[in-house]
Structures are given as structure tokens and as C-alpha cells.
Design a protein around this ligand. Structure first.
Ligand SMILES: NC(=O)c1ccc[n+]([C@@H]2O[C@H](COP(=O)([O-])OP(=O)(O)OC[C@H]3O[C@@H](n4cnc5c(N)ncnc54)[C@H](OP(=O)(O)O)[C@@H]3O)[C@@H](O)[C@H]2O)c1
Length: 325
């Protein structure tokens, strides 16, 4: 495993993050069964033995079960609090909460942020979070109110560092102007099939190839401001491993390109997909989400791959499904 200090922090983080979204099993109000806990134990043990020290959560994962299962597993493995860097997120409210008529929404109000962190700490059985991310931009967010919530959480030593997820450059700048602490991370979807973050730079002066989704310079903004980018769904949720009937030509040829390189390098497809992200000079941290220990182990091989420029571009071309401008 490779480690480096997260910019603007004293956290020494591994190059891969383990995403705990599914370790609590299917989202359900019932407590997890023993098989789910045992599998989570095997995953976290494999991740820790492989050198991963950052664990990603959100208050909504499994309706809170992922955090509960993680805390059970973490104490069963005998890990010290200082052995792990725990990150969680808040700000998404599911329909029916708190009343049956309440809609699905985002909520960056002082009360919701603070009470969410209370719940996160209770479920994780810890007294502080290393990093709190705001999960998805709330159009009703008032940056000054968010700043007040962050101040409260920091002065009460409940959260050490703060960041965001699914935010673009302008949204981060607006928030950063109000909050008195540096935003240290932005977690975004990024993989070979969802490469808009870099695609918009490649097609910046070519209207015919304009990216379908505008990333608004977010990647470069984060690099310029020392905000670490974390890539979620880094292996495209397994889409490139398992052929499906509705796969189009782009997916088929990307899968072929990944398999070809994986065979040539003697590693798994996951390792190639992660190495493609790690090759980017922005030092993006992939957040892997598999619930299989063997796939965690296979993912670790990504760190051993020195991907050439030619290999990187061959994959990129396959993933974007059209030639460069
Ligand atoms: N900030 C956000 O809005 C946001 C959104 C989504 C996720 N996240 C975070 O990012 C983490 C990772 O997200 P993700 O789960 O979408 O990432 P991912 O690592 O791209 O996908 C994991 C999924 O792909 C499947 N998979 C992986 N390798 C496979 C293979 N070789 N063959 C078949 N299936 C395979 C896994 O199934 P198995 O479990 O069976 O291996 C799992 O369902 C989450 O845990 C969460 O922490 C954040």
C-alpha cells in the first residue's frame, strides 16, 4: 500500500479507500444477520491487512446499518481508533422521514447536520469523525448556516475535517468562502465509463465533442485548492466484469480493452480499472465498494501497476467510445 498526507490535514491516508455502503447487507429496518456481520468482518480484515486505513460511510447506508456493522467489526478485530480514518456523510434525507408525507430531499440545515453527526457517532461507537462530507448539494443550503454547524462540530471535537461530495467548483467555492476551515475532500463518481471529470478538459475547445455532463472545471479547481478528489464507483459497479444483454458497443469494447490489459499484466480487471484512476496526476483516491474479500485482494494489485501513457489512453479511448478531437 502507498500512503500520503491528505492535503490541508495531518491525516496519512492509503491510496485506496474502502467504501462501506453495502457491508450492512440489504437496506432494511431489521438488524443484520450473523452471515452479514461475518462477511463484513472478512472484508474489513482483508482491507486492513492490505493496508487500507480509510473507511467511507454515510448515515443513509443501510439506513444506518453499515455504520453499526462497521463498529461491531472494528471492535471484534481489535483495531484501535487510531488505526482507522473514519469518514461519513450526511445531508440526504430519505422519503418518509420524519413524517410519512416527507419527500426525498437534501438538508444542510444546522439542526440536520448536527443531529446527523450525533447519530453517526452513536452508531459507530466513537466520539469523533475524522472527516465529514456533505453528501449531495442542497439548493436551499445557506453557507453561513453550514459554517455554524461546522464550527459547532469542530469546537465540540465531534468532527476533525470537513469536505463535500458530488459538488462542482462553484458550489465548493461558495461554501468555502463561508466556512472557516479548509474543505479537504470532494467525492465524485469517476470511472472508465463515467470520465466526464477529465473529458470536459479534453474537449474544451471542440463543440462537436462537448461532454454530455458539465463538470465545470471541478477536477482542476480541487487540484488548485488542495482538495483531495475521491472516486466513487471506481470499477463502474462491476458493469465491465459481467456482460449484460443490453451492453452497447462502447461497453463491450471497453470490457475487451480491460480484459486484454488485465491478461497481459496478469492481474484482475478491477486492478486495471483502479490503476487507470491512480495513474492520473491529481492523486485521486478510489473508493472501492466490493463486499467480497477476494475482490478486495485483487484490487490491491492496482498499486503494483505502472500504467504507460499508451495503455492509459487505450483504455480512455475505449471508455469514451469515440476518438479524441
Ligand atoms: N458520494 C456518493 O454519492 C456515493 C455514491 C455511491 C457510492 N459511494 C461510496 O463509494 C463506494 C463504492 O461505490 P460502488 O459500490 O458503486 O463502487 P464499485 O467498487 O465501482 O462497485 C462495487 C460493486 O461492483 C460489484 N463488482 C465489483 N467487482 C466485480 C466483478 N469483478 N464482478 C462482478 N461484480 C463486481 C460489487 O459486487 P460485490 O460486492 O459482489 O463484489 C459491488 O456491487 C461505496 O461503498 C460508498 O462508500 C458514494
Amino acid at each position: 500500500m502507498k500512503y500520503r498526507f491528505l492535503p490541508q490535514s495531518n491525516l496519512k491516508v492509503s491510496s485506496l479507500i474502502y467504501g462501506c455502503m453495502n457491508i450492512g447487507g440489504p437496506w432494511s429496518p431489521n438488524p443484520p444477520d450473523r452471515a452479514t456481520v461475518d462477511n463484513a468482518l472478512a472484508c474489513v480484515r482483508t482491507a486492513v491487512e492490505g493496508g487500507i486505513n480509510v473507511f467511507d460511510h454515510a448515515d443513509i447506508y443501510g439506513g444506518g446499518r453499515s455504520e453499526e456493522v462497521f463498529s461491531a467489526v472494528w471492535s471484534e478485530l481489535g483495531l484501535k481508533r487510531s488505526d482507522v480514518i473514519i469518514q461519513s456523510k450526511c445531508g440526504i434525507r430519505r422519503p418518509g422521514e420524519p413524517n410519512a408525507a416527507s419527500p426525498h430531499r437534501f438538508d444542510f440545515s444546522f439542526d440536520h447536520i448536527v443531529s446527523s453527526v450525533d447519530g453517526i457517532l452513536r452508531r459507530l461507537k466513537t466520539d469523533r469523525l475524522d472527516i465529514l462530507l456533505l453528501h449531495r448539494p442542497d439548493p436551499l443550503a445557506d453557507p453561513d448556516e453550514v459554517a455554524r454547524a461546522f464550527d459547532h462540530l469542530r469546537s465540540n471535537r465531534m468532527v476533525h475535517y470537513f469536505g463535500v461530495s458530488n459538488h462542482n467548483a462553484a458550489q465548493i467555492a461558495l461554501l468555502q468562502r463561508a466556512v472557516g476551515v479548509p474543505l479537504v475532500a470532494n467525492q465524485l463518481e469517476f470511472n472508465l465509463l463515467h470520465s466526464d471529470l477529465i473529458d470536459e478538459g479534453v474537449t474544451v475547445n471542440d463543440a462537436r465533442q462537448r461532454a454530455t455532463y458539465r463538470a465545470d472545471g471541478t477536477l482542476d479547481y480541487c487540484r488548485l485548492n488542495g482538495i483531495s478528489v475521491q472516486a466513487y464507483s471506481p470499477v463502474a459497479k462491476g458493469r465491465l466484469a459481467l456482460p449484460k444483454r443490453d451492453d452497447d458497443e462502447r461497453i463491450r469494447s471497453t470490457r475487451q480493452a480491460v480484459e486484454h490489459l488485465a491478461h497481459h499484466m496478469g492481474v484482475s480487471g478491477e486492478a486495471v480499472l483502479l490503476a487507470w484512476i491512480l495513474r492520473h496526476p491529481a492523486k485521486i483516491l478510489p473508493v472501492i465498494g466490493t463486499t467480497r474479500p477476494d475482490r478486495i485482494t485483487a484490487s490491491l494489485d492496482a498499486l503494483k501497476i505502472e500504467m504507460t501513457r499508451e495503455e492509459w489512453y487505450s483504455l480512455y479511448l475505449a471508455g469514451r467510445g469515440r476518438d479524441l478531437p
